[in-house]
Ligand binder design. Structure first.
Ligand code: NAD
Ligand code: DAU
Length: 354
């Protein structure tokens, strides 16, 4: 059999593809538009691997998706493709509506056409897994209980509103057409290959470059952190055993204030790569203007996936953040190519300049 992954050159999608092919031999068709966030250098170890078929394309291109489905006959589609960065969505929401809403709609329609024409038992076994976020639930008061799956949707940013819209489309395609879907809503991920526009990798690379560590507002906003490979294991578990039409919240019970995250990174760097002047990296922390509409707190209640599907994360925050800092120290070339834009060169050579 085969699976079709969308957005598999991005942070989580690429980690998922790498882990999948390390764990089993089931081929992966990887459809990715290669926006600024798509990075084929992350998938370099799969370049000669016949189990990995990379296709540059857009989830909003229904014709292309229909063609790929007919050609590869996947047993499942896992939709990671999205515009994912909240700050970018504030600056320019258009692409978020186009990919996250229109793209998901087109993908659903193409998959519905393919799935409807399948014969049993392939039809009954087919799954569409939609990867979503805890941000669809909005923000939590300091002592409010963590987000359960029954929490109402209250998205606050253009990004989270576009993801909420995509979740609703997925839900509707199940209820109306019977499309066999499952949705995961995960908390903040961190780990290898994370694009350094997001908090954790940005702080690591800025610290090492001697640049300011920009903390938005008072830095007391809370996020709930999960090591990316634990998110990938949760997706595999939901794919195999999740109940159709259900949503599963994914998180590791790791609520942390942003300023504490930044301080932990500084402490690890102080230990693993001390500044030459002997000062602590915390001297680079700089408070800057707050993000407009900044959600104050996210927290995931992961009891459903834990009790129903027996999933548990392998990493604590302490083990995961140590591995992450180590990874960035050990992979300066990946970081340098992202920062210089050199990671796009292969895209240009292979596909021409878009
Ligand atoms: P990312 O921005 O690192 O990667 C997104 C990938 O999708 C990129 O490779 C990009 O080229 C591709 N893409 C964008 N538009 C596309 C389109 N129209 N067609 C095909 N490919 C397209 O994002 P990520 O952090 O890996 O997130 C992956 C998914 O997980 C997203 O759906 C995101 O909403 C969700 N999510 C992310 C987090 C997190 O903390 N990063 C947490 C929960 C859920
Ligand atoms: O909660 C899941 C979401 O987590 C995902 O759906 C998104 O795709 C992913 O980008 C992430 O969204 P956030 O906005 O929480 O992530 P980001 O890394 O941009 O910011 C994390 C927190 O750190 C947030 O409160 C804003 C703050 N921040 C961020 C940056 C980039 C700073 O204080 N300074 C910064 O420079």
């Amino acid at each position: 059999m085969t699976i079709l992954v969308t957005g598999g050159a991005g942070f989580i999608g690429a980690n998922f593809v790498l882990d999948w092919l390390a764990l089993c031999d089931e081929p992966v068709v990887n459809l990715d538009k290669l926006t600024y966030a798509g990075n084929l250098e992350t998938l370099a170890s799969l370049r000669e691997d016949p189990r990995h078929v990379f296709v540059r394309g857009d989830i909003a291109d229904a014709e292309l998706i229909e063609k790929l489905l007919v050609e590869h006959r996947p047993r499942a589609v896992i939709n990671f493709a999205a515009e994912s960065h909240v700050d970018r969505s504030i600056h320019g929401p258009g692409e978020f509506i186009q990919t996250n809403v229109v793209g998901t709609f087109r993908l659903l329609e193409a998959v519905r056409g393919y799935w409807s024409a399948l014969e049993e038992p392939e039809k009954a076994a087919f799954r569409l897994l939609h990867v979503s976020t805890d941000e669809v639930y909005g923000t939590l008061a300091p002592d409010a209980p963590a987000f359960a799956e029954s929490h109402r949707y209250e998205p606050n940013s253009p990004y989270s509103a576009s993801k909420a819209a995509s979740d609703h489309l997925v839900r509707a395609w199940h209820h109306t057409y019977g499309l066999p879907v499952v949705t995961t809503n995960c908390s903040n991920n961190y780990g290898p290959f994370h694009f350094p526009e997001k908090l954790i990798p940005l702080m690591i690379v800025n610290a090492l470059a001697g640049k300011p560590l920009p903390v938005y507002g008072d830095g007391l906003q809370i996020r709930d952190w999960l090591y990316v490979k634990d998110h990938c294991s949760a997706i595999r578990r939901v794919l195999e055993s999740g109940r159709l039409g259900e949503t599963y919240n994914v998180g590791g019970w790791n609520e942390k204030a942003n300023i504490d995250i930044v301080r932990s990174i500084c402490a690890l760097l102080d230990e693993m790569k001390p500044r030459v002047d002997g000062q602590t990296y915390t001297c680079q922390i700089t408070h800057v203007a707050d993000r407009p509409g900044h959600d104050r707190r996210y927290a995931i209640d992961a009891r459903k996936i834990e009790s129903e599907l027996g999933w548990k994360p392998a990493e604590t925050f302490e083990t995961g953040i140590r591995k992450t800092v180590r990874w960035y120290l050990d992979n300066p070339e990946w970081v340098a190519h992202v920062q210089s834009g050199a990671y796009r060169e292969w895209v240009g050579l292979q596909y021409g300049r878009a």
